[in-house]
Design a protein around this ligand. Structure first.
Ligand code: TXE
Length: 483
């Protein structure tokens, strides 16, 4: 009897379904299918691949409501957010479908006469895609769509916490006409099946989104095995609120950035850096608003913040709150507790939590991934940017100000892959590059044309039509060069 794992609703504790864990021989069979399919898929015209993507995206549109509901059930975030998650997959499909008629390379003059030079993109091969639970359809779509558009075949291993959303997405691809073997789905716990993908000799590329700790071990193995590897890891994203900010706007941004998806976004706002002149006013209003957030089952349309995805994740959040109180000695302004009463008893709910602290505290340095935010008071713009840059992460940052000089300097000086002005740290769009600097990744970017650089290799092509041997760099017959 193969091993199984349970898919549990984090709002109710109810069992949704039981999922068989892929065995090593299932995984081997998936790689073999992907390898065989690669030979024909890479020759299939990119524009035609794009047409299949378009059909799949239309199927997602047709099933949006149903897929969003299933996602809320297994992941917990409110329906309006899971609709957004499916929408992001739809937008990604639409974007890369068009890319099938571009996939531009460059043409460039040769240094020699009667010679033509250009670049073309070629696929990498079989790609292993490892995805987390916080965007159960959007993140697989960010990886699968550009990967297969470029002519690769893939094996997706989604988080064991959100298997159904991955299944729904792959269903749409298959129904739209993606040939067998091009997209393969395996299920399992990360440490086993994820590791297995990373180590498999026939898998040429690993694209991973998840924790920094797992990401660095994935990167290390890929380095040893000479695999192409893209990593999208953690964040400790900060919002700066300057003394000239529109406070109502900043307040709305702070609430959405910190407590949207119960803080379980890689771009979630987990530090708010506030100028001393408006600090007290902003702090008091934030606490008052956060206290009123409606917490509950994401299927209830009134819910503003859903549960934490799993018991393990809930324990991590609670542990960090203890660190905040007892190790960092930060001042707890709101929340800090697991919600255990009444309707919350069977789910994994945590109160919206606000600390007042300083930049060096552990709760202001380490990724918590829950509804916990730290307020930090600063005296100047320079200090604000220096605090924002003071963590090992560099995913997203934002600034609220009316001063164009500060805006331009923030764009220049924030050590982040994404910078928002007068908007919270969340809200990426699919046609712009997504990813971060420092420990947030390893230099790659997802989404937009940047993802094509992950999922294809550049080939330089030289076509010599001179009819004689021409030697680059050393050919004395080259115009203008001395013998
Ligand atoms: O992540 P993991 P978890 C951060 C966040 C969160 C923490 C833990 O701080 O609290 O990570 O979450 C697979 N080899 N983020 O435990 O373990 C795993 O099955 C190969 C930030 O969920 O990194 C899943 O499919 N694969 C992040 C995926 O990796 C392995 C989103 C992520 O799991 C593996 C999620 C291994 N050894 C968590 N171990 C973001 N950047 O948005 C696990 N996996």
């Amino acid at each position: 009897m193969p091993k199984h794992f349970q898919n549990i609703n984090p709002a109710t504790g109810q069992l949704i379904n039981i999922v068989p864990e892929s065995t090593p021989s299932d995984l081997d069979a998936a790689v073999k299918k992907a390898k065989d399919a690669f030979q024909s898929w890479r020759r299939f015209p990119a524009a035609k691949r794009g047409e299949i993507l378009l059909r799949s995206m239309k199927l997602l549109e047709e099933h949006k409501e149903e897929f969003a509901k299933e996602m809320t059930e297994e992941m917990g975030k409110p329906l309006k957010e899971t609709r957004g998650d499916v929408q992001e997959a739809i937008d990604t499909g639409f974007y890369y479908a068009g890319e099938g008629r571009r996939l531009f390379g460059q043409t460039t003059p040769s240094e020699l006469p009667d010679k033509f030079a250009m670049t073309v993109r070629i696929p990498v091969g079989v790609c292993g895609l490892i995805t987390p639970w916080n965007f159960p359809m959007a993140i697989p779509s960010w990886k699968i769509y550009p990967a297969i558009l470029c002519g690769n075949t893939v094996i997706l291993k989604p988080s064991s916490l959100t298997p159904n959303s991955a299944k729904n997405f792959v269903w749409a691809l298959e129904k739209a006409g993606v040939p067998p073997g091009v997209v393969n789905l395996v299920y399992g716990e990360g440490a086993e099946s994820g590791q297995w993908l990373v180590n498999h000799p026939e898998i040429s590329l690993i694209s991973f989104t998840g924790s920094s700790r797992t990401g660095s071990s994935v990167g290390e193995t890929c380095g040893k095995l000479h695999k192409k590897c893209s990593l999208e890891l953690g964040g400790k994203n900060a919002m700066i609120v300057m003394d000239d900010a529109d406070l109502d706007l900043a307040l709305e941004g702070a609430l959405w950035g910190a407590f949207g998806t119960a803080g379980q976004r890689c771009t979630a706002t987990s530090r708010i850096i506030v100028h001393e002149k408006i600090y007290k006013k902003f702090r008091d209003r934030l606490v008052e608003r956060a206290r009123k957030l409606k917490i509950g089952n994401g299927l209830d349309p009134k819910t503003e913040m859903g549960p934490i995805v799993s018991e393990t994740q809930l324990e991590t959040v609670a542990r960090y709150v203890e660190i905040g109180k007892n190790v960092d000695h930060a001042r707890l302004l709101l929340g800090g507790n697991i919600m255990k009463k009444g309707a919350y008893a069977r789910g994994h709910f945590f109160e919206p939590t606000i600390f007042e602290g300083t930049s060096n505290m552990r709760i202001a340095q380490e990724e918590i991934f829950g509804p916990v935010v730290v307020l930090i008071k600063i005296k100047s713009f320079e200090e604000a940017v220096s605090v924002l840059n003071s963590t090992v992460y560099g995913l997203s940052g934002s600034i609220y100000t009316q001063d164009i000089r500060r805006v331009m300097r923030a764009i220049q000086d924030m050590e982040t892959g994404i910078t928002y002005v007068n908007a919270p740290t969340i809200g990426a769009e699919v046609h712009l590059p997504f990813g971060g600097v420092k420990h947030t990744g390893n230099g790659h970017r997802e989404a937009g044309t940047a993802a094509l650089d992950i999922f294809s290799e550049w080939k330089a092509v030289y076509i010599d039509y001179s009819g004689r041997l021409q030697k680059a760099q050393i050919d004395a017959q080259m115009p203008g060069r001395k013998p």
